[in-house]
Design a protein around this ligand. Structure first.
Ligand code: GDG
Length: 468
């Protein structure tokens, strides 16, 4: 088995584990690296100011080497806050209204990718398998190839890939597609994302798919596939079972005084549909007065990307909205929404999932959404809760026991909340079992294995081949 080299924007180094920002990527990849040994490289999250970054900082942990680089202020501004989070993120989440395209940011994005490639080069061995993650690093393979790297290089996009009409609003879309053609394998969360990619190639006559999973574009042959990311299902289920006796979880349980709990857990991000969700919950309470005072909605929302103006504004909006609902509908002995605007510890989170009768996961658009999967895995098999899931989350393609909702349809979501709260035990069990069976098989190790075996299989030996 060859070594694995992972490149992602942020790297969860061991001593940062506790305070690491919430995110699905960290949990998913450590397991694969531990098994194969190798390197995980990325940005330290620190700025070197106006000075060029110093040497890589290297941290050894068992058979994993973490390699971190600082970036200059200008790099952080243009590459991270600029092109990645104010162009690629909104466009891939269908928010054309929020995209703020600038040539300076775009060239910073490509420059920083070149810089990462330059720094990675001395760490590479000839038979390493290289796995690049997410929208920050799309040009990485091209940058490495230009520096003579012939290794297998795979790319996984954690966020959605929108259809051509949306993608092409980005002035530099053709360059982005060209960059993807330098990988041996490009992985998406769902078959819809893959189909959107093929559609984008065909729409402008810049590529096609001669056979399922095979792609040709800009005179390069490569592969594409759908690899829905999973969680460590069995481990997380055990973790949640044990967390039930955690002191804070017990306290939370006592404070509910037998009211059913609805839980939402999301980074503070406009893609997660928080304002629409609170509207739907309010509608549920207004339409169902008998449930008022008899249900509690806990929304855990760690801050995220606060330096980006849209996120800063949203932080205020959501807090105000929760406050308004509590002011309008709360009573002296009942608060409709408990809103926590910071990260909670993972054991507490697992215990809270298990306590909750309803998991409310209603993003307007989401690559996968691991919260939906964690919520299901955390349930007590004898008394499982109900997952309400947006049809626009990648997870909706798999979670067939969920109540699927359209998050733009406030009444529909309000009705689903009512249905979930009132759902009889037998139906809850049947729906949960269906989802859990799938999650146990399609867990995160399976995801890694599927991607890596497709990336390394012999049939792909003519990797990064020029199309003839
Ligand atoms: C991206 C894509 C895709 C959240 N709050 C707390 C906390 N979290 C953890 C959750 C979960 C993770 O963060 C969030 O993962 P999601 O998948 O829901 O969303 P993104 O962060 O947007 O992730 C997404 C994912 O990548 C993986 O491919 O599914 O579509 O956008 O693990 O548990 N963890 C702790 N405290 C919190 O307060 N400890």
């Amino acid at each position: 088995m060859s070594r694995l080299v992972v490149i992602s924007n942020r790297v969860p180094v061991p001593d940062e584990k506790k305070g690491a920002p919430a995110g699905g990527l960290a949990v998913a990849l450590r397991a694969a690296l531990e098994e194969r040994g190798g390197v995980w490289m990325g940005w330290s999250g620190k700025s070197s100011g106006e000075q060029d970054a110093g040497p890589l900082s290297m941290i050894e942990d068992g058979n994993i080497t973490y390699a971190l680089t600082d970036l200059t202020d200008r790099d952080v501004e243009e590459y991270y806050h600029g092109f990645a989070n104010r162009v690629l993120w909104p466009i891939c989440h269908y928010r054309l209204d929020l995209a703020d395209y600038g040539r300076k940011e775009m060239s910073g994005y490509f420059r920083v990718n070149g810089f990462f490639a330059e720094r990675l080069l001395p760490l590479l061995q000839p038979d390493d398998t290289i796995w690049v993650h997410d929208y920050h690093l799309i040009p990485m393979a091209r940058e490495l190839r230009e520096r003579g790297v012939r290794n297998r290089i795979g790319f996984f996009l954690h966020i959605p890939l929108p259809p051509a009409d949306v993608l092409f609003t980005m002035p530099v879309h053709e360059e982005i597609i060209k960059c993807l053609a330098h990988y041996d394998l490009v992985g998406f969360q769902t078959d819809h994302d893959l189909a959107n990619f093929v559609g984008a190639l065909e729409r402008e006559g810049i590529g096609h798919s001669p056979a399922p999973g095979h792609l040709v574009s800009f005179e390069r042959k490569f592969r594409g596939g759908a690899y829905p990311i999973g969680i460590e299902t069995a481990a997380f289920a055990g973790f949640a079972r044990r967390a039930a006796s955690h002191a804070m979880v017990r306290k939370a349980e006592e404070s509910l005084v037998s009211r059913p709990l609805i839980i939402g857990v999301d980074r503070l991000d406009y893609s997660k549909g928080l304002t629409q969700r609170i509207d739907a919950y309010e509608r549920f309470l207004v339409d169902n007065p008998h449930h008022r005072g008899n249900v509690t909605y806990l929304q855990v929302t760690p801050k995220s990307r606060s330096e980006v103006p849209e996120y800063e504004a949203m932080q205020r909006t959501v807090a105000e909205q929760a406050g308004r609902v509590n002011g309008a509908l709360g009573t002296v002995d009942w608060v409709p929404i408990r809103y926590i605007n910071r990260s909670v510890a993972r054991p507490l989170l697992a215990g809270l999932y298990r306590l909750a009768r309803v998991g409310l996961v209603t993003p307007l658009r989401d690559g996968m959404n691991l919260v939906a999967k964690e919520y299901v895995a955390a349930q007590n098999p004898e008394d499982p809760g109900v997952l309400i899931l947006s049809r626009f989350a990648g997870a909706a393609r798999e979670m067939n026991g969920a109540l699927l909702v359209n998050p733009y349809d406030m009444e529909g979501t309000a009705n689903a909340i009512k249905r979930a709260i009132e759902m009889p035990l037998e139906e809850r069990k049947a729906r949960w079992q269906q989802m859990m069976d799938r999650l146990l098989v399609h867990d995160v190790s399976r995801w890694c294995d599927d991607f890596l075996s497709d990336l390394t299989e012999e049939e792909n030996a003519a990797h990064a081949a020029l199309a003839t």
